[in-house]
Design a binder for this molecule. Structure first.
Ligand code: GLN
Length: 195
């Protein structure tokens, strides 16, 4: 069984750990270079992408994560985690400030932050997901949208066949919603199947 690191700098890392527990998958909270050494995969949780990226740089974890990704280690980003793994971060019209941190550029997609609107515009949706038989009830909170998809990126699920919300490129998986906030561990199971 793989050991999954859960980046635990900010956001809902604890909920990911609990989800992995339900699948009896070992996990470890990642806050240092040392803790990155003995993992087989990594989850970057939802939260505030600017805060997580600031802390990634402060704790000098960014380049190590990029190197691990290049060795083929599976990495999954949910919501803010998806923003962090993307190639470019764009802004919705309501935001005119420049994002200060460069994303990790591990999946060939561009992202618009908060593209569905503010906190009050958060919503839930029953998604059809490739590899799952029944719909997945998903929770979107100040979610990003994908504005450009590179040709090697697969779309595993979209809202109404038009807005992609789960994507994969080789060992990198991203979802714009929060599977860790439900009681349904099937997306976590899909990630574990990547090992
Ligand atoms: N809007 C947040 C950001 O830009 C992401 C929200 C989330 O992870 N639920 O970082």
């Amino acid at each position: 069984m793989p050991v999954i690191g859960v980046l635990s700098l900010q956001g809902d890392f604890a909920e990911h750990v609990l989800m992995l527990d339900t699948l009896e998958v070992n996990s470890t909270e990642i806050r240092s270079q040392d803790s990155l050494q003995n993992i087989d995969g990594l989850i970057i949780p939802g939260g505030e992408s600017t805060a997580i990226m600031r802390l990634l740089e402060l704790y000098d974890l960014k380049n190590t994560i990029i190197s691990l990704a290049k060795t083929g280690m599976p990495i999954w980003g949910t919501c803010a985690g998806m923003i962090i793994l993307s190639k470019n971060i764009l802004h919705s019209e309501s935001q005119n400030k420049i994002h200060k941190y460069d994303p990790l550029n591990l999946i060939d997609i561009d992202i618009t932050r908060n593209a569905f609107g503010r906190q009050i515009d958060s919503f839930e949706f029953d998604l059809d997901v490739e590899g799952l038989t029944d719909p997945y009830h998903s929770i979107f909170i100040r979610a990003p949208q994908v504005s450009r998809i590179g040709k090697n990126v697969e779309v595993l699920s979209s809202i109404n066949d038009s807005t992609p919300v789960i994507l994969k490129q080789d060992n990198i998986l991203v979802s714009s919603f929060h599977p860790e906030l439900t009681h349904d561990n099937r997306i976590h199971e899909l990630f574990i199947k990547m090992f």
